[in-house]
Ligand binder design. Structure first.
Ligand code: PAF
Length: 282
């Protein structure tokens, strides 16, 4: 696996790949890999001739009071983990390589970026969409791999790809979970041992919600208040939001029908965690 840190170096390498007529798969990440990242990489490696993984903690998507400075970083560890999956290139640019001068041009994200996490992290999805567009323009992949854990990010990026006619197919891969159900996240290392135990309540509450919906519950309000109760009784976390939306456009749902997304975000003392489930109602 090659580690490339410059845009020109990566472009040169990938030009040769394209000239050979080979397919490029791309996994954008912010590093501090866990099995969830590795599963995206393995899928990309099996679908494509050449797989590029980007590792870039993008300052543009962090608010002024968020965890940019303490976001976990360990290039050596990440490179060793990525290499085990068969990835061909790890692209790890510096902030000045990606943003040599202040940007004047951004991707403006519509209403899908203002709800759920966007309501609590103003500008977050504008930062995500802008860096992803830059990365897509640098890598020019045929396929890009994203995790379902970031359900809102998937919807925002899919919309950008449609709106801007970007020639890339988005492949969404399932959320990977620890044995007790906690969704894998680079931020889980910030949980204290007690919080780590409590955090099981997130996925178990979502699973209860899924079962209730599949058994015929049609009131979003009832489902949401049950999840709220389970999380506030079972954890010390502060609930940021628990919401039910249409799974394709993120518009709020009252009576449950079609495909719905049940999504939540909570704050423990040092970690903000998100999780979600999509329920398909016949
Ligand atoms: O999901 C992430 O890790 C980031 O939001 C992404 C897509 C790499 C953009 O910085």
């Amino acid at each position: 696996m090659k580690i490339i840190t410059t845009i020109s170096g990566l472009r040169k390498e990938l030009l040769r790949v394209r000239q050979r007529g080979e397919q490029i798969g791309f996994v954008p990440t912010m590093g501090y890999f866990h099995e969830g990242h590795l599963s995206l990489m393995r899928r990309a490696v099996s679908d494509n001739d050449v797989t590029v993984v980007s590792l870039f903690v993008n300052p543009l998507q962090f608010g002024p009071k968020e965890d940019l400075s303490r976001y976990p970083r360990d290039l050596k560890r990440d490179a060793a983990m990525a290499a085990t999956t068969g990835v061909d290139i790890l692209f790890a640019p510096s902030v000045t390589e990606m943003y040599p001068e202040p940007l004047a041009t951004f991707v403006e994200v519509g209403k899908q970026g203002d709800v759920l996490c966007g309501a609590f992290r103003p500008g977050h999805f504008k930062g995500v969409a802008t860096v992803v567009l830059k990365l897509l323009n640098i890598v020019l992949p045929g396929r890009m791999y994203l995790g379902q854990k970031d359900a809102q990010q998937v919807i925002v990026i899919k919309k950008m790809v449609r709106d801007l006619d970007l020639p890339v197919k988005i492949v969404v891969c399932p959320t990977l979970r620890e044995a007790d159900g906690l969704a894998m996240s680079s931020r889980n290392i910030f949980l204290s041992p007690t919080e780590r135990m409590e955090a099981r309540a997130l996925s178990s509450a979502l699973e209860r919600a899924r079962q209730d919906i599949l058994r015929g519950e049609t009131s979003a309000r009832k489902i949401i208040s049950k999840i709220k109760k389970l999380i506030s009784v079972g954890t010390s976390a502060t609930i940021e939001y628990i919401e039910m939306t249409d799974a394709t456009d993120l518009m709020p749902v009252r009576r449950i029908s079609g495909d719905v997304l049940v999504a939540l975000a909570v704050r423990f003392s040092r970690a903000r965690l998100i999780d979600n489930t999509i329920v398909r109602v016949k």
